[in-house]
Design a protein around this ligand. Structure first.
Ligand code: AMP
Length: 229
């Protein structure tokens, strides 16, 4: 059993969904929760970036869509997610980061989870005001080696441009440029925000104040999870 602060972390056996606009801190928190519970961190954005980097057929399809800040079509996302969660490392639960992002994705996920032995998902809804989102997105830098996430304003690395963990070079995502950020926020409002109501009606949604510092947000998230699982 891992321990963090005063909060004991035990087996998960659930799907945890991080829901919220781009820049709300879902990635940072989802990485941490997955590490503490020792379950896979399933970021559909990371999966797409991996495909783009390797130049696979899926990556070639997704690249221009991502560069415009739009959402990749549901059937492509769902195929990729279904394959991923069928792998043995997902048997004790998993943490979704950036999925589901549309109603059809959420409905399909409900069906899939119904066939697993997990019960209902825990949905953490990150609430952050829009000025702060833009600042977080423009300041975000990611380690090319291990994927660790930094922010030049709120979580700078010790050595500028280098990862604290492995010294890897820090890069800015192409879709974190200001003109694409606007499109991503519009896509969130139109296509993803309806999921807040969808999960609220299922009584599985928990609001998280994502504007606090990362350690405080982690503590709130863990408090919710230890009550819910
Ligand atoms: P993220 O890293 O979660 O911000 O995702 C980066 C980009 O990948 C998004 O702007 C979309 O183009 C694409 N993407 C990631 N997850 C999904 C999803 N669940 N549905 C559709 N597109 C997605």
């Amino acid at each position: 059993m891992a321990k963090t602060g005063s909060i004991p972390v035990t087996g998960l056996k659930r799907a945890v969904i991080f829901l919220g606009p781009p820049g709300a801190g879902k990635g940072t928190q989802a990485q941490e929760v997955a590490r503490l519970y020792d379950v896979p961190h399933l970021s559909t954005g990371d999966m797409f970036r991996d495909h783009v980097g390797r130049g696979t057929p899926l990556g070639l399809k997704a690249k221009p869509i991502m560069e415009r800040g739009e959402l990749v079509p549901d059937e492509i996302v769902l195929g990729m997610v279904e394959e991923r969660i069928s792998r043995p490392d997902c048997k004790d639960g998993f943490v979704f980061d950036g999925f589901p992002r549309t109603l059809p994705q959420a409905e399909k996920l409900d069906q899939i989870l119904g066939g697993l032995d997990f019960g209902r998902p825990v949905v953490l809804h990150f609430v952050v005001d829009s000025d702060q989102l833009v600042r977080r997105l423009t300041g975000r830098r990611t380690c090319k080696v291990g994927g660790e996430i930094y922010n030049v304003y709120v979580r700078p690395p010790k050595v500028p441009g280098r990862c604290d963990n492995d010294g890897g070079e820090l890069m800015q995502r192409p879709d974190d440029r200001e003109e694409v950020i606007h499109e991503r926020l519009v896509a969130y409002e139109r296509q993803t925000k309806p999921l807040v109501d969808y999960y609220h009606r299922q009584a599985v949604l928990q609001d998280v104040d994502g504007s606090a510092d990362p350690e405080a947000v982690t503590q709130s998230v863990l408090r919710i999870l230890t009550r819910a699982v």
